[in-house]
Ligand binder design. Structure first.
Ligand code: GPU
Length: 852
């Protein structure tokens, strides 16, 4: 400790990073050095890729100094730390984010220009770190950004998949998956910690032994298979602060401890092959969103990750506090991102009881103080359940501990509610069914001191539906809400530099301090009647639409006119998110336009009296095994083929499917949208976060009363959002009605179905399941109930948009639509992920920011 003090008074390391970040000479010198030494190339054969590598290595050097100083500061201050356990971190690219957060973008841009490179082209060289599926993984990425930016001591723990989410190609209108081998070139942002190796065991058996000193019985887990977890660290810089946290992702590696029985039996080959398989544990991200497939390798991933992380956390604690376990819960908070890391609860209990010799009750008291659990869905197909057989074979000791946890818990419930056998059955961690299985959400609730949902509506719903019985058992105070948020550094400053600059100018904030104090956007309201301002605002939107039009042209070869309404729906493809509702409405629009044309109505008249020109833009991946989602993708593409090639239609309607939607494309699509769709069946979308991204970038929303749309409406005002559709409280009754009275298909929807069935979008058999699911199988997602309401909402909003988006002289558009856009942005401050992190820190983790 005293040695650390000395280092602290010396300001940590002897180096500072200021040089390369602020001086052109220093940057250029470092750049050339990296080209010549790190890359072993020379300046005469340095292409954009090499320039990217030399630049990122230069930035990395600077980051590492901040990183080391931060870790030292955290060790010296020795406050409570939070660990965010997430199987997904959907980070996207790191370089522009690092330049912005380190305030080094201008210096880097001009230095690169002098060296003969263009910063934008260099940034394009970086592959996305796509270690996540969708909202859940991107939320984790926003959270680590906010932890650093708000000066918390908070690390992320996850897996370093060699293959991120697959790349999507569209061939003949079908989704084709290809592997995302993102580490083709070495990853400059990754710091391999080959010295940090943690053994993780699987399989084997449990026996009882006696402690030779105390004579007490203890459990030994022996035999089995061993792999090593090796750490790879990713520095996470905060914005306008030196605070740089760590994202630690584990790689699975073989041990060099051979299986000697096999070896001695002469089976050297097989022994080596078995070891090689170790690496498969971290080779690929499971591509499901809101769905659990229950594969053994997935369970292996989960245990590998939580075991390595927990041993790492305990080791760090012991360095400072020895075996002073009473301090453990004052020093450490662990947040479980969904139920994926629930085994961490069991593993910590095992470490305490089996390895550290604590009494069960003492250990359990600490464990439940440390953990908290975030739920991200109410949909039953996404709730994890592991068959007891599988879990017991892979982790025999953990299954015993789960049974003991459950026994103690059920005993408490029985005391509180004597004789209520049904209640015991419903809250039990074990589901006595075929197959008998472990309910991970129940285990997570029992082992945590707080459980939160991710938007107000969702947090209320979990209390009254899936976790109702647990509210009865634990009381309502254990259940809380933290509404999701997004980082404005990436989703405003990085994605929309022009709008961010206009805001900085108007707020008189040249250092962009509003980006860590997003409530100050409110001050934009004072300019809402300033025509000059509205024009500048609108022309930035137009420039962003041109960028999006270019992306569309490059990826699909479709030309869209940037003056038309850009109507966007980009997110994972899922029946509950209802891309089918959207494409059905597009089909209806097309049919009506054709009908009007056939009646002799001119295109000009249609535009004036019926439909404004628009481009419907879709994007998103379907899980490879999700047939219905793939059918929806196919339909969208086929409708696009017909509409876009219909010579009568022109720019009245275009239908686009942007392939391979990812974080980098979102950074172009989000600022370029006029209108975005968040139209899930009420009660199904826990929160949604892209709704926040669009609104923060001045796009308006058409949405259902679901997830965070409710709170967005409250913040920005209901006159600034287009809501429609049945409410969550009616869903159950409507589903019931569908089953007992049949589904009512309105005239409009019937027209759409008969068009599809006529074969104009290709073989109708391909869409059979989609239509029959609505017509004959109960329309679970209420497409039929909301279809006409959706059309009406469109009629209304298109009147507001008018005819000339992007035309600076169209004061009607300016005064109606653009004003709403400004008022939305001005009131989106609440949705900064900084606010989320402060709420978690205060209500759940009980941690304070580091003193700087
Ligand atoms: N979410 Br469960 C995912 O992205 N993947 C999942 O497997 C599960 C939830 C999403 C929710 O669907 C979305 O509503 C929410 O905004 C997001 O998590 C972050 O909380």
């Amino acid at each position: 400790y005293s040695q650390l003090k000395v280092l602290d008074s010396n300001k940590g390391t002897t180096q500072t990073n200021q040089g390369v970040l602020t001086s052109k000479d220093a940057f250029e010198e470092s750049f050339v050095r990296h080209v010549e030494t790190t890359l072993a190339r020379n300046m005469y054969n340095c292409d954009n890729l090499a320039a990217y590598q030399a630049t990122s290595n230069t930035i990395r050097d600077a980051l590492l100094i901040d990183w080391a100083n931060t870790q030292q500061k955290q060790t010296i201050q020795d406050g409570k730390r939070v660990y965010y356990l997430s199987l997904e971190f959907l980070m996207g690219r790191a370089m522009d984010n690092a330049l912005i957060n380190l305030n080094s973008r201008d210096n880097t841009k001009s230095s690169l220009t002098e060296l003969g490179f263009n910063l934008e082209d260099v940034l394009e060289q970086e592959p996305d770190a796509a270690l996540g599926n969708g909202g859940l993984g991107r939320l984790a990425a926003c959270f680590v950004d906010s932890l650093s930016s708000k000066n918390y001591s908070g690390w992320g723990y996850g897996l370093n998949y060699q293959y991120g989410i697959f790349k999507q190609k569209i061939v003949d209108g079908y989704q084709i998956e290809t592997p995302d081998y993102w580490l083709k070139y070495s990853n400059p942002w990754e710091i391999m910690r080959n010295e940090i190796q943690i053994p993780v065991d699987f399989y084997g058996y449990v026996y009882e032994d006696h402690d030779p000193n105390t004579g007490k019985a203890k459990k030994i887990w022996a035999g089995g298979e061993r792999v090593l977890a090796v750490a790879a660290d990713f520095p996470i810089p905060g914005f306008n602060t030196d605070n740089t946290n760590n994202l630690r992702l584990w790689n699975a590696k073989p041990t060099n401890e051979f299986d000697f029985t096999k070896f001695n039996a002469g089976d050297y080959q097989q022994s080596v092959a078995a070891q090689q398989r170790a690496e498969s544990i971290t080779s690929v991200l499971y591509p499901n969103d809101n769905f659990e497939s229950g594969k053994e390798l997935r369970l292996k991933q989960q245990y590998f990750w939580v075991s390595a992380s927990l041993h790492d956390i305990v080791r760090r604690f012991k360095k400072n506090h020895k075996n002073n376990w009473n301090k453990f819960a004052d020093q450490i908070a662990i947040q479980l991102n969904d139920t994926h890391p629930t085994l961490a609860i069991v593993e910590l209990q095992r470490i305490f009881v089996d390895l550290e010799g604590l009494e069960w009750d003492k250990a359990w008291e600490i464990v439940t103080k440390v953990f908290a659990y975030t739920n991200h869905t109410v949909m039953s197909e996404a709730l994890e359940k592991w068959p007891v057989d599988l879990l017991g074979r892979l982790l025999p000791r953990h299954l015993e501990i789960i049974y003991d946890i459950n026994f103690n818990f059920l005993s408490d419930v029985e005391k509180k509610f004597p004789g209520d056998r049904d209640l015991l059955g419903r809250v039990s961690v074990i589901e006595e069914n075929h197959p008998k299985s472990v309910r991970m959400a129940s285990l997570a609730i029992v082992g945590s001191h707080k459980v939160n949902g991710v938007a107000e509506l969702h947090s209320e719903l979990i209390k009254t539906t899936i976790f109702k019985d647990f509210v009865k058992v634990f009381g309502k105070d254990k259940f809380t809400n933290v509404t999701n948020g997004i980082t404005p550094r990436r989703w405003l400053r990085q994605a929309n530099p022009k709008l961010a600059a206009l805001i900085a100018e108007k707020l008189n904030d040249p250092n962009y301090e509003y980006l860590t104090n997003l409530g100050s956007l409110k001050k934009l309201e004072q300019f809402v009647n300033d025509d000059e301002f509205l024009k500048r605002w609108d022309s930035i939107k137009f420039d962003n639409k041109v960028k999006l039009a270019n992306l569309i042209k490059e990826t699909t070869n479709i030309e869209v006119d940037p003056t038309v309404l850009f109507d966007v729906q980009v997110k994972r493809i899922h029946e509950y998110k209802r891309q089918q509702l959207n494409i059905f409405a597009v089909i209806y629009r097309y049919l009506r336009i054709k009908e009007l044309l056939s009646q002799g109505v001119s295109v000009e008249e249609i535009k004036l009296k019926h439909y404004i020109s628009k481009a419907s833009i879709f994007g998103g991946k379907a899980a490879p095994g999700y047939y219905m989602a793939k059918t929806i993708i196919h339909l969208i593409n086929k409708v696009g083929d017909v509409v876009n090639n219909d010579p009568e239609i022109g720019n009245l309607l275009k239908v686009v499917f942007v392939p391979d939607y990812n974080v980098s494309k979102a950074e172009i699509i989000t600022p370029g949208s006029d209108l975005s769709n968040h139209i899930s069946t009420a009660g199904t979308e826990a929160s949604g976060t892209s709704n926040m991204k669009f609104a923060l970038n001045g796009g308006l929303i058409i949405g259902t009363v679901d997830g965070a749309n409710v709170e967005i409406t409250r913040e920005i005002g209901e006159e600034n959002i287009f809501l429609f559709g049945n409410l969550a409280e009616s869903v159950e009754e409507l589903r019931h009605k569908h089953i007992f009275e049949g589904v009512h298909i309105s005239e409009t929807l019937a027209k759409v179905f008969s068009a599809i069935e006529s074969g104009i979008f290709g073989n109708p058999d391909e869409y059979r399941a989609l239509i029959d699911g609505i017509r004959y199988h109960g329309d679970y997602y209420l497409v039929s109930d909301d279809f006409d309401l959706f059309l009406q909402a469109h009629t209304k909003l298109e009147k507001v948009f008018g005819h000339h988006g992007g035309d600076a002289n169209d004061t009607d558009h300016l005064h109606k639509w653009v004003k709403k856009s400004v008022l939305s942005v001005a009131n989106m401050g609440f949705f900064s992920s900084d606010r989320c992190i402060d709420e978690y820190a205060e209500d759940i983790w009980n941690i304070e920011p580091l003193s700087q």
